[in-house]
Ligand binder design. Structure first.
Ligand code: ADP
Length: 256
């Protein structure tokens, strides 16, 4: 398709230029597709060697004949390799979702167990920063969802709630069934989100002004992935927040 050489004129002979614009949009779409493919294949290629490095570090850390200072050094290398692997996985997820390739594997999943696991994962961080963390969920709540993707949703929301809270704050995760849907609330009494940032928090790479200023670490990818996973389930995510008072993220997905 080469519209750029063709001039488009109106009935009175006036120049419209519409064909040129169309050509530019086609070029732009092609460039975006190439970018998505590039990001996703680079991320994929990075994962394999990183997983190998992590495996060897684990083998090393199991050895009993190490010099005294080596164990700590290996642990730092392990932690940072894990961080890098998590970042690569997140970038891959954002690229996949951007290209509409977030594939779900839905099975009957106990969401209560999933919430408990996510709370356990964030508990050490909560303890370290003096934030209380509790779950309010029925004994069992089964829904047909992609369990590992929903785990990612809960993990991200709970770890954010803890990360953006301060000593003495509280995080509450509540789960309930409402008619044919599952409602998950992750509420914190933390730093809150300014009104002009509320609509931006799910954008890829967005990080709050205060958060950057205070040098709280992060990539700005978590909520974008959460939003894509929730959308792929046919659900919605909403947010209520007051600066200095805290935030509540609500996820609603069909029970399946
Ligand atoms: P990250 O946490 O890596 O910055 P996210 O995509 O998870 O990335 O969040 C994007 C931004 O939204 C954060 O940088 C922060 O400004 C804001 N945010 C997310 N969750 C909360 C929360 N519970 N309380 C306050 N701000 C939050």
């Amino acid at each position: 398709f080469s519209a750029s050489a063709r001039q488009v004129r109106g009935p009175a002979g006036e120049h419209l230029g519409a064909a040129l614009a169309y050509q530019e949009i086609t070029d732009l779409m092609r460039a975006m597709r190439v970018k998505d493919q590039f990001v996703s294949s680079v991320s994929h290629e990075l994962r394999t060697p990183l997983t190998t490095v992590l495996g060897y570090l684990e083998l090393l850390s199991d050895r009993t004949d190490l010099p005294v200072d080596a164990a700590g050094q290996i642990e730092i290398a392990q932690r940072n390799t894990q961080r890098l692997l998590a970042l690569v996985s997140d970038v891959l997820d954002v690229a996949r979702a951007g290209a509409g390739h977030l594939v779900l594997t839905r099975t009957a999943t106990d969401l209560t167990a999933l919430v408990r696991e996510a709370v356990e994962t964030s508990a050490p961080m909560a303890r370290r920063s003096g934030v209380s963390l509790r779950a309010d969920a029925p004994d069992r709540l089964v829904a047909v969802v992609d369990g590992s993707r929903m785990r990612q949703v809960v993990d991200n929301l709970v770890s954010n709630a803890v990360k953006y809270s301060e000593r003495g704050d509280a995080v509450t995760v509540s789960l309930r069934r409402v008619d044919g849907a599952i409602e998950l609330d992750v509420a914190d009494t933390g730093i809150g989100i300014p009104p002009d940032e509320v609509d931006l928090v799910c954008d890829p790479f967005f990080r709050g002004g205060k958060v950057v200023e205070r040098q709280i670490s992060g990539t700005g990818l978590g909520l974008n992935i959460v939003k894509s996973i929730v959308a792929a389930h046919g659900g919605t995510i909403s947010l209520e927040s007051e600066l200095g008072r805290g935030s509540t993220f609500r996820v609603v997905v069909p029970a399946g």
